[in-house]
Design a binder for this molecule. Structure first.
Ligand code: AHM
Ligand code: MG
Length: 330
């Protein structure tokens, strides 16, 4: 008999979440349920993403989000799907989303959790069939139960995250997440409708050879950033950049590398958002043995002051980032 036939089918995400919950004797199961709600929304969005070209939902929606960027139809759909799943789940009192100007109150005033999300990141890549992703952060509310969540519940520094993750819709769909106890990756098996554990305890190599940066902005970067990019070219590192943060981050996580989106003359605060994109990826990077900084400060220590705050973002392999910082600081 072919030995592959005898392989077990593997650990489903549900079982994995349940098993981890058993390690915490007083866990009530609410966070587990919340993770399952996110996984359900991910399956639905995965279906929409896969069919988008066929059912007329790729392309622009005709409106702009708070950042003044054109919303794609799938951005809007993904936002609705995730909000609906979290509202129905009941564990979350307040959601903040890259696609919404204000906090979204779910009406679940007994919900202990806050979710920050970018429902569909890399949206400029939707129409051209390049990987896109969902990014999420989960925080415990600080305010008392029984009321809507407060702005202060949403403006917690990243080190307060209780869980964070992303879903990458690529050649296959994966969900990668951490609850502060290492990073695990699950691959979606569409014929069974399940995520299966495929990448256990992911560790980012300390050294790497890939750098991911939009070098088209070279002339708008400061001198330190230009010096670092000159170094990458001199050392003939491998340049890999798709314009989808989740895809670029995921590659570097598995292979070793550095992702940087520095401040530019056009975007002096940087482009990426602290609450919807950077905190989650910083938490995952650190949990996998990597680092994340805005150039001066560890990302997870930054105290947010507004919901849509941006920052320069550098993340990836520990030694590569140390080298980058040394060069950037001259
Ligand atoms: P989005 O949230 O509107 O999709 O923007 C975020 C994206 C990231 O996925 C990506 O790394 C970056 O913006 C690409 O920006 P640029 O096209 O300036 O290189
Ligand atoms: Mg985004």
């Amino acid at each position: 008999m072919d030995s592959k036939l005898a392989l077990p089918v593997g650990t489903t995400l549900d079982r994995f979440i349940m098993r981890n919950q058993e390690d915490f004797p007083f866990a009530t199961g609410e966070l587990s349920q919340l993770l399952r709600d996110l996984a359900l929304a991910a399956k639905i969005v995965n279906r929409e993403v896969n069919h988008s070209g066929l059912i007329g939902i790729s392309g622009a929606y005709g409106s702009q989000n708070i950042q003044g960027e054109d919303q794609q139809k799938l951005d809007v759909i993904a936002n609705i799907r995730f909000i609906r799943a979290l509202r129905n789940g009941g564990e979350v009192c307040t959601i903040i989303s890259e696609e919404d100007d204000e906090m979204i109150q779910t009406g679940n005033c007994q919900g202990k959790y806050i979710v920050a999300m970018d429902p569909l990141d890399g949206s400029s890549n939707i129409d051209v069939n390049v990987s896109i992703g969902t990014i999420f952060s989960i925080y415990r509310r600080q305010s008392g139960l029984g009321e809507d969540g407060l702005l202060s519940d949403c403006l917690q520094p990243g080190e307060q995250q209780v869980a964070a993750g992303y879903i990458i819709y690529g050649p296959c769909t994966m969900l990668v997440y951490t609850t502060g106890n290492g990073v695990n990756g699950f691959t979606y098996e569409p014929s069974l409708g399940e995520f299966f554990l495929s990448h256990q305890d992911i560790r980012i190599p300390e050294e790497g050879y890939i750098y991911s940066c939009n070098e088209g902005n070279y002339r708008y970067f400061d001198e330190g950033t230009r010096a670092y990019l000159d170094y990458c070219r001199k050392e003939a590192l491998t340049a890999r950049y798709t314009g989808s943060l989740v895809g670029d981050f995921h590659r570097n996580l598995l292979k070793g590398g550095i992702y940087l989106y520095p401040a530019t003359e056009k975007a002096p605060q940087g482009k990426l958002r602290l609450l919807y994109e950077c905190n989650a990826l910083a938490f995952i990077a650190e949990q996998a043995g990597g680092t994340a900084t805005n150039g001066q400060t560890r990302v997870l220590e930054i105290q947010p002051t507004n919901l849509h705050q941006r920052l320069p973002f550098i993340t990836g392999s520990k030694n590569m980032i140390a080298k980058a910082q040394a060069i950037m600081q001259g």
